[in-house]
Design a protein around this ligand. Structure first.
Ligand code: 6GU
Length: 248
């Protein structure tokens, strides 16, 4: 899986991605990351890549041409490296996009190459979006200063789906969202921490009871924090009886 990021802040992307699990995967060659500094494609000679918006309004707009040239250069490099002449998907990070979801991460993980376009200022000239972008994605209903963190959020979620990126122990945890229930709480040593004991059932050695308790905790948390997820969850009679017992 090859990630390419067009951005004004390449060091932010590199620092973030070369850390922890994604950093390990890049070092192992399971993932690759290349950043492209849009400023290097300035057409004014002085490194400027933004200008005033037509029609007025606050802030500056990133111009079409530097982004387009950065993209053309990148596409040529990618196609030069592979025999398939397919056009890689170009994801533009914007609060106006479709909201990112685990299913989208799964779909994007099937691609060999992904290009991310990170905007800044008030936005990007719409004409370059129309000509190169295949997917517009938001990471939720709040406003950020730029697309770099959203691009890193997406790359992190996508990376976890790439075979070999997670160790066996790490991938055991990976099904959490796909069953539409939140994870149950976890405990480790000591048995009593500052007067707070671990729930006794976890020390019982009774696997059936432990499994049931985990399931009930997942149901409880989902009901409390994300009740809308329960509609999608696969619940059996015991689960439904448990949830009904809570509302009595
Ligand atoms: Cl993708 N970009 C920005 N600037 N803000 C956001 C976002 C993206 N997703 C949520 N907020």
């Amino acid at each position: 899986m090859n990630f390419y990021v067009m951005t004004l802040f390449p060091e932010m992307i590199e620092q973030g991605m070369n850390t922890s699990i994604t950093g390990r995967a890049i070092a192992k060659g399971l993932l690759s990351l290349k950043t492209v500094n849009i400023r290097d494609y300035s057409v004014t000679g002085n490194g400027r890549i933004d200008d005033y918006p037509y029609g007025g309004g606050a802030g500056m707009v990133m111009q079409a041409e530097p982004i387009y040239r950065a993209y053309e250069d990148l596409k040529a490099r990618i196609q030069g490296n592979s025999d398939a002449q397919v056009c890689p998907r170009v994801i533009y990070l914007t609060p106006q996009g479709r909201v990112f979801h685990q299913n989208m991460a799964q779909e994007f993980a099937k691609e060999e190459n992904l290009i991310f376009l990170c905007g800044h200022y008030e936005g990007v000239d719409e004409r370059v979006i129309e000509s190169i972008v295949t997917d517009q994605v938001s990471i939720g209903d709040y406003v950020l200063t730029g697309g770099e963190l959203p691009a890193m959020v997406m790359m992190d979620a996508i990376s976890r789906m790439v075979p070999g990126v997670l160790s066996n122990a790490e991938s055991g945890q990976s099904e959490s969202f796909s069953d539409h229930l939140l994870e149950y709480p976890q405990y480790s040593r000591p048995e009593v921490w500052r007067d707070r004991p671990v729930p006794p059932v976890l020390l019982s050695g009774h696997h059936g009871k432990v499994d049931r308790w985990h399931r009930e905790q997942s149901l409880l948390r989902t009901l409390q924090n994300r009740p809308e997820l329960l509609k999608e969850a696969d619940l059996d009679k015991t689960d439904i009886a448990f949830l009904e017992s809570l509302s009595k």
